[in-house]
Design a binder for this molecule. Structure first.
Ligand SMILES: Nc1nc2c(ncn2[C@@H]2O[C@H](COP(=O)(O)OP(=O)(O)OP(=O)(O)O)[C@@H](O)[C@H]2O)c(=O)[nH]1
Ligand SMILES: [Mg+2]
Length: 517
């Protein structure tokens, strides 16, 4: 019965090892390593050596907060820092609950060229204005230094570096392993699937007018890039909530808007073909490679490859809202992204030359939209969605956990009488403009909603029989989630109130608990 948040982002490609909804006959090609790949490895190792040197004297965890667009990364980071620095309620976070953490302080971040995470502003927005922070448009970083007492009584310090970035950027990582031809063929195959084909038809029409082997043509490239971007944007609409649709900067161009590195699109060419010199195809291919060099590789090298712990935030509820296609798409996008993690047990060698992620937490966010009796089911859906990737990660030696959480709990639970029955319901303030049962909310009134239950067996959802917004009117959809405002908090004296949450402490315990023993 509700209306859900802006949808998660969209994209269309993955690492070559991943299997998603492409036709079985589709060629899968692994690119031969290029000279540049070796250079890239050398750079990664150099960076790892630097980090290792620093971390040797100053124990550090670089925590990657990963998730597709609107998954809840910025809210998660803000709530985590707020809780650690301002006395959050974290009974399951052992070092904190037992009083061994003396203080957690924000300190200047390590990378001078990266903007600082706008923590103070995000807190004001959440607590004073009761609004959610805006969507992230650029990378930012924050360093938290935790002074604690070890279990043996000695005083110690752990540095926690956290990186925030727009979810769309994540969608680009799988491109690193793909040639232009392969990405083109995959993007086209995906865009021909029934739901997407409708949204892609203006771009498909234009594509039939292009001669890939003909002379390069700037106007044709611009028109193709525009129509392709329109298609990606349409897929991201809340009604479809598609996840698979790179390149991410097409949806979030920033200062690269209009540059050649963003002026390309897939062509209908053979996945193992070769572009003739001077052709439109060669031009598109060149720009695609430029995009990877200018945009994707630096992000991977400077941020992603340096992480040693990951929390992967997943907004499964947005996919339930949109329909089975969105759930399938989300599953495929996660598989593609997880293929790009460098996972495994940390060893001296890997610390020195190939940083590895040794712990991954998969978290289904916004669990406060469901009654607690459905939280286990939400976890079961996420477990099913990431099963293959999680198995691989565990096989490589990483520790995995799965949790349903809400970084900021916007609702309370209550039993509300309906006739003779008492129904488990959620109380919250719907955001202004939200609509349910014909009523438009003003952003002030608190209402009780009956969110309904997730099925006992997650397979029910993956069978694809439920109805979402992509195929049904809002009042006929099986799942609708109202967007609530952040909670109203009571101040006690001058103290800033703690933000309520669901299982944020369990997430912290898993992510850094073992480094605070
Ligand atoms: N009720 C509730 N809503 C949440 C929570 N976390 C996030 N949201 C909702 O999800 C939206 C997106 O959250 P963000 O933290 O901005 O998501 P993000 O992953 O940083 O998104 P991008 O910056 O666009 O990549 C918010 O505007 C809220 O509407 C939560 O814990 N509870
Ligand atoms: Mg964000």
């Amino acid at each position: 019965m509700l209306d859900f948040h802006p949808p998660i982002a969209t994209f269309g490609g993955n690492c070559p090892t991943t299997n998603w909804s492409l036709p079985p006959s589709f060629p899968r090609i692994r690119m031969a390593p290029r000279f540049q790949d070796f250079v890239e490895e050398a750079r990664l190792s150099a960076r790892a050596l630097l980090d290792y040197g620093e971390g040797f004297f100053n124990p550090t965890v670089r925590l990657g907060v990963t998730g597709l667009s609107r998954a809840g990364k910025t809210v998660f980071i803000t709530a985590l820092i707020h809780g650690l620095t301002r006395g959050g309620r974290f009974p399951v976070f052992e070092s904190y609950a037992s009083g061994r953490i003396a203080q957690a302080l924000l300190t200047p971040q390590p990378d001078d060229a990266v903007p600082r995470f706008d923590y103070e502003n995000h807190v004001t927005t959440l607590i004073e204005q009761r609004r959610w922070p805006n969507s992230t448009v650029d990378i930012s970083e924050l360093r938290l230094v935790i002074d604690y007492q070890r279990q043996n009584g000695a005083d110690s310090t752990l540095t926690l570096d956290i990186v925030d970035y727009p979810g769309e950027w994540l969608l680009d990582l799988p491109l690193l392993n793909k040639s232009y031809e392969q990405w083109s063929a995959e993007s086209l195959a995906l865009s021909r699937e029934p739901l997407r084909a409708k949204l892609a038809s203006p771009w498909h029409e234009h594509l039939t007018t292009l001669d890939a082997a003909g002379r390069e043509d700037e106007q044709a490239a611009r028109a193709a890039a525009k129509l392709f971007t329109d298609y990606l944007r349409a897929c991201r609409d809340e009604r479809f909530a598609m996840s698979l649709l790179p390149p991410g900067r097409f949806l979030m161009p920033g200062n690269l808007a209009g540059s050649p590195a963003l002026t390309f699109a897939p062509l209908d060419v053979a996945a193992d073909g070769t572009a003739p010199d001077g052709s439109l195809w060669a031009m598109m291919r060149r720009r695609y490679e430029a995009y990877k060099d200018v945009v994707v590789r630096p992000f991977f090298r400077d941020h992603f490859a340096r992480l040693d712990r990951q929390v992967v935030l997943v907004d499964a509820l947005a996919a339930f809202n949109a329909g089975p296609e969105a759930l399938h798409d989300l599953e495929a996008a996660l598989a593609g992204i997880l293929d790009c993690f460098r996972i495994g047990q940390r060893t001296l060698f890997s610390n020195l030359f190939r940083p590895r992620i040794d712990r991954i937490l998969f978290a289904a966010t916004k669990a406060d939209h469901l009654h607690h009796s459905s939280h286990d089911r939400l976890e079961a859906v996420l477990r099913r969605a990431v099963a293959k990737a999680a198995d691989r990660a565990e096989y490589a030696g990483a520790t995995i956990d799965i949790v349903a959480l809400a970084a900021v709990r916007a609702t309370r639970e209550a039993m509300v009488a309906r006739g003779r029955d008492k129904l488990p319901s959620l109380l919250g303030t719907p955001a202004p403009g939200e609509v349910a049962n014909g009523e438009t909310f003003d952003g002030e009134a608190e209402v009780a909603t009956f969110p309904g239950d997730l099925p006992d067996d997650p397979e029910e959802l993956f069978k694809g029989t439920f109805r979402g917004l992509s195929s049904a009117a809002a009042d006929k959809a099986d799942y609708r989630f109202l967007r609530f405002r952040p909670p109203k908090l009571e101040r006690e004296g001058n103290e800033e109130p703690a933000l309520p949450h669901i299982r944020l402490d369990r997430a912290l315990q898993f992510l850094i608990g073992d480094r605070l023993l």
